[in-house]
Write a protein that binds this ligand. Structure first.
Ligand code: ZN
Length: 290
């Protein structure tokens, strides 16, 4: 079980659903050339890409416990969900996530808030679970925070082409219908310890979550970065980006702000331990384990 991380008087837990080589690196980063990958393979292997050039990714939630609230950030893939274009997420039926949640000391009832950094299938899945053929909120007491423009974008997409985004149908809209959604700005001070910070580009209104105060703080990045390769080369876009140029700018802005400070970055998808500090590396950045 991953060790909890103490940040001031908050504690951050990682709840892992999956960790495996999932995507072909060349497909995942469509502008990357073979030569570019060859140049970087030395430091990426074996930890970040495997021998077949597949990116090793972790799929996980973070849970932040403050003196006042228990907040889940991102809710992974979920069970029984049709994801026909992603074989490794299609109709999952595993007790791994619930077991890891319990091992970290949490029950479904403990979660006060779920914050979705963005509305992609690996960040909203456990929002709901199947009960008597209906999708119901998994966390019975929780309010769910969505960014307003993110929710509007995906609601429209679901209306226009439901087959293109089944996760909105089964994992987002049922939360709205159950009146559990708190629709907020992607720049939103949740309380004096937790704030949403806009990191757009990967999706239209993506946010990251800052926990604590300068000097003792952490940023839960969501998908503003997927691999340390995008720290070294912030402009490197990934295949599912809404706007890779804006995503690159978000990385330059945020990493420029936190580099060479004590801010702990808690990434969604880096392999375990998934956390690190940002330092400068040539005209980009690097993650060092922390
Ligand atoms: Zn993701």
């Amino acid at each position: 079980m991953p060790a909890p991380i103490q940040i001031g008087n908050a504690v951050i837990h990682r709840i892992v659903e999956q960790e495996a080589p999932l995507f072909d690196a060349m497909t995942f980063f469509p502008t990357m050339t073979k030569e570019f990958l060859d140049e970087n393979r030395g430091w990426l292997q074996p930890r970040f890409i495997d021998a077949e050039d597949k990116l090793i990714l972790c799929i996980q939630s973070y849970i932040v416990r403050t003196p006042h609230h228990t907040i889940m950030i991102d809710s992974c893939v979920g069970n029984h969900k049709p994801r026909p274009t992603r074989s490794f997420w299609h109709m999952m039926n595993s007790d791994r996530y619930e077991k890891n949640l319990a091992a970290a000391g949490f029950s479904m009832n403990d979660i006060d808030f779920v914050m979705c950094t963005h509305l992609h299938p690996d960040h909203v899945g456990w929002n709901t679970r199947l009960e008597n053929g209906r999708w119901v909120p998994t966390f019975p007491r929780a309010r769910y925070l969505f960014a307003d423009r993110e929710l509007a974008f995906w609601s429209k997409r679901q209306q226009d082409e439901p087959a293109a985004c089944p996760w909105i149908t089964d994992s987002v809209l049922p939360i709205v219908a159950a009146n559990r959604a708190d629709i907020v700005k992607s720049a939103h001070a949740f309380n004096d310890l937790v704030a949403l910070i806009p990191t757009p580009g990967h999706t239209i209104d993506h946010f990251s979550v800052q926990v604590g105060k300068a000097g003792a703080d952490a940023i839960i990045t969501g998908d503003m970065i997927h691999s340390p390769l995008q720290a070294r080369y912030p402009e490197l876009g990934m295949v599912a980006d809404y706007d890779s140029k804006i995503a690159g700018q978000s990385r330059r802005d945020l990493f420029g702000r936190v580099c060479d400070t004590s801010t702990l970055m808690c990434t969604a998808h880096f392999p375990s331990p998934s956390t690190g500090r940002v330092v400068r590396h040539r005209d980009g950045f690097d993650f060092i384990d922390a």
